[in-house]
Write a protein that binds this ligand. Structure first.
Ligand SMILES: [Zn+2]
Length: 247
């Protein structure tokens, strides 16, 4: 059984090359998200001789206001990889003009992904799940992962109905609301993420090397009918199914 991390900012680690080497050595499937098209090339290069690291083209919602001009570049680069993210919307403490621009960028990106087909998207949805779900819709021709979901139960249920996946990280497992959300998600939609280096365990930055610990902890929270190892296996199988032929 291989572990996985569907949302990790490899390029923002203190030593990305060393971290990449360890990920490959430990065979942890990693979706290495990026925050803008101009920085994608570095991660693409880091991943070029690696089986387990998948470079992901992104435009972080909180950077859209200053980097809106990169949206066209994003669309032009879309065929370079199957993996898309970090993208999304963030409506936490945002002025209306900023959020409006985010929506415009997100709509263009989602449309380009739908046209391309078979993309795997890892999406940020803080205080914006309703708009995300409206834009992505119920029959997106690709795979949708809502990363670090924290919005309402009504939107959660809609996202589940639409077939989206949810990637779970350490802070979610250690907050009451996070745990409540996790327990409402069907087991076959759960995936693991670290969101390192934005998350820490004590003083240690999270990396995919710790994804197995998150998976074990998640299994212990959700196991009722299944044994722990069955739960872990189901979560790993989810990732294998997500990638399909690219696993
Ligand atoms: Zn992130």
């Amino acid at each position: 059984m291989n572990y996985h991390d569907t949302h990790f900012h490899l390029d923002l680690m203190p030593s990305p090359e060393e971290t990449a080497r360890l990920i490959e050595q430990q065979k942890i499937y990693t979706i290495a998200v990026t925050n803008s098209p101009t920085v994608f090339f570095y991660t693409e290069k880091l991943a070029s001789d690696k089986k387990y690291i998948r470079p992901s083209l992104g435009l972080h919602p909180e950077l859209v206001a200053e980097r809106y001009t990169e949206v066209n570049q994003f669309v032009q680069m879309i065929s370079r990889t199957r993996y898309i993210g970090e993208i999304g919307l963030d409506n936490h403490n945002k002025v209306p003009a900023d959020y409006k621009l985010q929506k415009k960028a997100f709509e263009k990106i989602v449309l380009a992904c739908a046209d391309a087909g078979e993309k795997i998207l890892t999406i940020h949805s803080r205080r914006a799940a309703r708009d995300i779900i409206d834009i992505v819709g119920p029959s997106f021709p690709g795979k949708i992962i809502l990363h670090w979901y924290s919005d309402t139960e009504a939107q959660l249920q809609k996202a589940i109905k639409n077939g989206y996946y949810f990637s779970i990280n350490h802070p979610m497992l250690h907050s009451k609301t996070g745990e409540e959300i996790i327990k409402k998600i069907p087991i076959e939609r759960l995936l693991i993420e670290t969101d390192g280096p934005f998350t820490k365990r004590g003083d240690e930055l999270f990396t995919p090397l710790m994804a197995g610990d998150i998976q074990k902890e998640l299994a212990s929270i959700i196991s009722t009918d299944n044994t722990l190892s069955d739960c872990e296996k189901i979560i790993s199988d989810n990732f294998e199914r997500l990638l399909g032929k690219d696993y």
